[in-house]
Design a protein around this ligand. Structure first.
Ligand SMILES: O=C[C@H](O)[C@@H](O)[C@@H](O)[C@H](O)C(=O)O
Length: 467
């Protein structure tokens, strides 16, 4: 019987062990999509206690606590940090089978040297042990990033953001990690969402020009893309909760924008047209600058209206959607490809039934001499589990080239989530190791070791055009 999460955790055979320990383990990290705060990185935020660094903002952990009957006061509410921690410790005690159980233990081990399996009885000792470290030297946000061997962090930023902290970080020569913005213009696309008009006003404010026509909107978006580029941004990101596609013209999109700005009702068909034209326009801006475009598709967000009113978005009330993506996505990518303005693109769907759809669709737009131009993004969010990662990698290998995969990202709001790369690398090595043990791929350690190193780091290094 294997010991719980020992050195060979998740690694079943000799090949998997060699691939992980000798090739994958020490590769650096490019975290090309996350939700970390650039301000906290700049200020090297420190933490008073384990709850602050471990539980604040982590909606994966909150969901498990709620599922375990913990009152909201002890999840996001007014209970003390210690009581919240205790409620989480009790939840961990019954959380076997959840990836959060394994991630949480990896986080305690790798950053704080806590080897125990956390439970209600040992929680007070762990609390003291970790807090003593946190309040000493070397446990700030930057320290966690450096200790995790991270070279690049791409945060997720609104086009109206001042990027103040990214600029400050660029000037800070003491911090060796690149912290770059990603352009996430969802608020400019969600024409029917509350706050659209206010966002357009904010855009006008930051560009210093009026945004009352669609032409002005497109010009303002372009100027913000340019601004992000000047601060080192080379990546965009879109949440496409449904994938829009409808044939349209600029005249139509302009008329729809005018209606929205005048406060008139915009139909779903009009919204789809507006989004299509705007997304194709943005794709062109990204392609012209050599950026990488990301589409995160099929999240059903904010399903609990009562909790949304109380806590807002990204608090643990989202689920997988089951909207069809194959045809609208194919048309959308084709609309860009037809004009030769399809950028390098990474596609993620929250619904794993789309794995084969994405795996096969990317093959239709590869080319131009760019290895892995079209990427099937790493298993996202609810798929960020052992089974989810294996399924995504198998679909990619079935329909394309696993060896050109740009690999893992954290997608996280916590500085302790870098252990997710370790988790991913172990699963990757185990998958390849299993193929070797079964005689399905040749036992060529050098070749396989290179592939593992590439997926862990080198592919991302050459794919993303970071300066
Ligand atoms: O891991 C979960 C994620 O952080 C999730 O909250 C994000 O993916 C977010 O919804 C987004 O739209 O980018």
């Amino acid at each position: 019987m294997a010991a719980f999460m020992d050195d060979d955790f998740l690694l079943a055979g000799e090949t998997a062990k060699t691939l992980y320990h000798d090739y994958a383990k020490d590769m650096p990290i490019i975290d090309y999509h996350c939700h970390l705060s650039p301000k906290e990185i700049y200020e090297n935020k420190t933490y008073q206690n384990l709850t602050e660094v471990w539980l604040y903002g982590d909606h994966y952990k909150w969901r498990l606590m709620r599922a375990n009957g913990v009152e909201e006061s002890h999840v996001t509410g007014e209970a003390s940090d210690y009581d919240k921690f205790l409620a989480f410790a009790k939840t961990m005690q019954v959380a076997i089978g959840s990836p959060v159980f394994q991630w949480s233990h990896l986080e305690l081990r790798r950053y704080f040297g806590v080897q125990e399996v956390i439970n209600e009885a040992n929680a007070p000792i762990i609390w003291e042990k970790v807090n003593a470290q946190l309040t000493g030297q070397g446990f700030g946000a930057r320290d966690f990033i450096v200790k995790s061997n991270v070279k690049v962090v791409c945060t997720t930023d609104d086009p109206v953001d001042s990027l103040e902290y990214h600029m400050k970080l660029r000037e800070d020569k003491e911090f060796p990690v690149k912290v770059l913005p990603s352009f996430r213009p969802d608020k400019g696309l969600e024409i029917n969402r509350k706050g659209f008009g206010e966002w357009i006003q904010a855009l006008a404010g930051v560009t210093g020009s009026p945004v009352t026509t669609y032409d002005q909107l497109l010009a303002a978006l372009e100027s913000r893309v340019e601004f992000f580029h000047s601060v080192g941004g080379r990546v965009s990101d879109h949440a496409l909760d449904f994938v829009p596609y409808a044939e349209t013209t600029k005249e139509e999109a302009s008329a729809i924008f005018a209606k929205a700005i005048a406060g008139e009702n915009v139909s779903l068909e009009e919204e789809t047209k507006y989004k299509t034209y705007t997304l194709v326009f943005l794709g062109k801006l990204y392609a012209e600058r050599g950026w990488v475009m990301q589409y995160h598709m099929n999240a059903a967000r904010n399903n609990n209206a009562r909790m949304f009113a109380k806590l807002g978005p990204d608090t643990g009330f989202d689920a997988m959607n089951d909207q069809q993506i194959a045809l609208p996505l194919a048309r959308l990518l084709d609309a860009m490809d037809r004009e030769n303005t399809l950028p390098k693109t990474i596609l993620y769907s929250l619904n794993p039934t789309h794995n084969a759809v994405i795996g096969t669709l990317i093959g239709c737009f590869q080319g131009g001499g760019v290895a892995g131009k079209m990427q099937f993004g790493s298993a996202w969010w609810f798929n960020d589990t052992r089974e989810g990662m294996i399924a995504q990698m198998k679909s990619l290998a079935d329909a394309g080239l696993l060896s050109q995969f740009v690999g893992m990202l954290t997608d996280s709001r916590s500085f302790l989530s870098y252990t997710r790369h370790e988790y991913f690398r172990r699963i990757l090595c185990n998958l390849i190791g299993e193929w070797v043990e079964n005689g399905e791929v040749p036992n060529d350690t050098e070749l396989l070791g290179d592939i593992v190193r590439n997926i862990s780091y080198n592919n991302a290094e050459s794919y993303f055009p970071f300066e």
